[in-house]
Design a protein around this ligand. Structure first.
Ligand SMILES: [Zn+2]
Length: 443
């Protein structure tokens, strides 16, 4: 990507008119950057702007002022000749103001919200030959976003209106929010009617709950819950905006989720965030809570390091944990647990101390369709992608568009399938049939 060469052909001359003081100052900033000098205002009022070069003894000078009571700024006097020594040139440090850079990249951000600060910085340096820090690039992007969608703090004002619009437009939608006692936004929960109906009537009763950080100005967390479609693909069910992952916010999220799934027993796959687990016990009871094996393995791995189990022995320990987790029945579960005990009793004790009924297949009381990891939550986080840096209003607006087109594409793909399941599941079934050819059943 290249940045628009806003400075190409940018000139100042006596009598020139700018539409506003802001336009005038912005043009001046770009002009100085393009010509590698810095300036200062000796007078900075609407009626009289007097600007000089910061290099001592340099005669560069510009005066301008507003025309009468209007906003139009006219250049009065302009001497565009610098007198700089080699050292002055070497000492040059540009003034990079986020607002001016933000204006430069505004159109690009509107077209491509995923334009990253790292890339902005690269493009800016390539096009202007001026160094820019990551922070400056981030601020410039924030400025551009605010100028497109309004101030982030103002976007919260639209939440009630947007919730009502969603409820009116999509029957069965739950869009709820809470405010603090002093009227400030606290949390939002949204599940569209079509997503709820689709999940309740046709999806397997398993849901994946997770939270990821928002990267924009708001800096809160995005809590999400998603299921699986008939092809084992992602099926987003609901999302929530909150300030952080704490007991109160997870509890409210789970209460909202309870409203949409009612008394139906549904497996809830999660990591081991303490507040989330507490909330699940309170709202759904702990039995339906399956833990993602990835987080568990990380904890187990750290435990082994603490106990001095390293390298090959650590790999063996992890393989044993895997065997315990995937064991099909309790007989095999205890078989692998005894093997682990013989390898290292401390590891077997760790398994006993870490509620294996939440993560070992054989002990988990409900059906989980062999889902041992919360991969769908990770798919959701990457599917959301650049929306994570939007303000809340923009997010709500873009999410509904993104989800409806996502579901539409799924519908078209799955309609081509001749069986009630999608091609991925069909392949799995075929594979299992082939592998079981010749197998008998022994009681
Ligand atoms: Zn100068």
């Amino acid at each position: 990507m290249t940045l628009p060469r806003v400075v190409d052909g940018l000139q100042f001359e006596e009598g020139q008119i700018f539409e506003s003081p802001d336009d005038f100052k912005q043009a001046l900033a770009w002009f100085a950057m393009a010509n590698k000098f810095t300036f200062e205002f000796l007078n900075n009022s609407r009626s009289y702007y007097r600007i000089v070069c910061t290099v001592e003894e340099c005669k560069w000078k510009l005066t301008a002022g507003c025309e009468g009571n209007s906003d139009l700024v006219r250049v009065k006097k302009f001497n565009n000749v610098h007198c700089h020594t080699a050292q002055d040139v070497a000492n040059y440090k540009p003034t990079v103001r986020s607002k001016y850079i933000g204006k430069m990249i505004k159109e690009k951000i509107a077209e491509t919200p995923g334009y990253l600060p790292v890339q902005i910085r690269k493009d800016f340096e390539a096009s202007m030959s001026v160094h820019m820090s990551y922070h400056q690039a981030w601020c410039a992007k924030e400025w551009a976003k605010s100028s497109i969608t309004g101030e982030p703090k103002d976007s919260f004002k639209f939440v009630p209106w947007m919730c009502n619009r969603l409820i009116d437009c999509i029957p069965g939608t739950r869009a709820n929010y809470i405010l603090s006692d002093d009227g400030r936004f606290k949390q939002l929960f949204v599940a569209y009617g079509c997503s709820i109906t689709g999940f309740m009537t046709a999806c397997r009763p398993i849901l994946f709950i997770d939270a990821c950080h928002l990267t924009g100005h708001y800096r809160g967390v995005l809590m999400s819950v998603c299921g699986l479609d008939a092809n084992n693909g992602l099926y987003p069910l609901a999302y929530s905006f909150a300030s952080t992952e704490n007991d109160e916010n997870w509890l409210w999220f789970l209460q909202e989720l309870k409203h949409i799934i009612g008394d139906r027993t549904i497996v809830l796959m999660t990591d081991r965030n303490h507040s989330l687990l507490l909330g699940i016990i309170q709202i759904f009871g702990g039995e339906c809570n399956a833990w993602c094996l990835r987080h568990l393995k990380e904890n187990f791995s750290r435990f082994m390091v603490r106990k001095g189990i390293k390298n090959k022995r650590r790999e063996t320990g992890l393989k044993m944990l895997n065997d315990i987790a995937y064991a099909r029945d309790s007989r095999m579960y205890y078989h692998y647990l005894v093997m682990m005990h013989n390898f290292n009793p401390q590891l077997a004790d760790w398994v006993k101390d870490n509620d294996s009924r939440h993560w070992a297949n054989a002990l988990f009381p409900l059906k989980r369709w062999d889902w041992m990891y919360s991969n769908p939550s990770e798919s959701f986080n990457s599917w959301i992608g650049p929306l994570r840096e939007c303000n809340i209003f923009q997010f709500m607006k873009d999410h509904v568009l993104k989800l409806t087109s996502f579901l539409m594409k799924k519908k078209v793909t799955l309609e081509k399938s001749k069986t009630p399941v999608g091609p991925r599941i069909e392949e799995k079934i075929r594979d299992n049939q082939e592998r079981s050819t010749g197998c008998g059943y022994k009681n």
